[in-house]
Design a protein. Structure first.
Length: 242
């Protein structure tokens, strides 16, 4: 429910008030010109945010937006969200204006992508909107002595975020006209010995709907089982608020 009439949004907030989390912006960091990492501090003693968890903010009078957490520290009462400030909607404008000391309220919910704790190998595919999710998955993989790998479709100026967050995966240039094509070419260049290991991984595909669809089709053609592939489309061309 990305957008509703103001009266309904007010009613939803009033009804959900007892379950809403309160937090304050404690830090903001620009990882690139359009990637803003925001740290929220609150009382999360009774909350167990698991990798893949989402939070929902009311970003204006009529709009709600979901974001995936990038990290969570229960002991310190901190969680982070990485916002992609592409400037094309109310969520981007709202996140751009968030400042240290500002109070926010949000609702936590289960995301579609869940980390496979039984898997030993984890492969990430997505774009700028998925970097936050994969940052937490990276932290989880290292804590579990698992291996992770992957490729993202990025605009070159945003690749610096991978280094800052120490996400050791590769990237290819995003091509709006050819979704997933560069990533598939990257996969085709993978050494056969490497693919023998990673074809048994759990694959997490997040971000642009069309890129996900094409990359999933490619994986199936390569012999990856459908049960190994987990997907969540964050956005689609011509649509708002997925």
């Amino acid at each position: 429910m990305p957008q509703v009439p103001k009266w309904l949004a007010d009613t939803m907030i009033a009804v959900a008030s007892p379950w809403l989390r309160q937090a304050v912006v404690s830090d903001t960091t620009m990882l690139s010109d359009e990637l803003k990492l925001i740290t929220f501090k609150g009382d999360f003693d009774d909350e167990d945010f698991l990798p893949g968890k989402i939070v929902q903010f009311r970003v204006d009078d009529t709009s709600f937006r979901h974001y995936t957490l990038s990290s969570f520290n229960k002991q310190q009462g901190l969680c982070t969200v990485l916002f992609y400030l592409h400037g094309k909607g109310p969520g981007s404008q709202w996140a751009t204006n968030l400042q240290i000391g500002q109070e926010v309220r949000f609702r936590a919910g289960q995301g579609k992508l869940k980390y496979n704790e039984q898997g030993k190998h984890h492969f990430f595919f997505g774009d700028e909107t998925a970097i936050g999710l994969f940052n937490w998955y990276k932290t989880t993989a290292l804590a579990c002595s698992h291996e992770y790998f992957g490729v993202l479709e990025l605009h070159p100026q945003h690749a610096v975020a991978l280094n800052t967050l120490k996400i050791m995966i590769d990237y290819v240039h995003a091509s709006p006209e050819a979704p997933a094509v560069n990533a598939i070419s990257w996969m085709e260049d993978m050494h056969p010995d490497c693919w023998n290991t990673w074809q048994r991984a759990t694959f997490y595909l997040a971000g642009r709907a069309l890129s996900i669809s094409r990359f999933r089709k490619y994986l199936l053609q390569k012999g990856v089982e459908a049960s190994q592939i987990r997907t969540d489309a964050y956005w689609a061309d011509g649509k708002r608020g997925l």
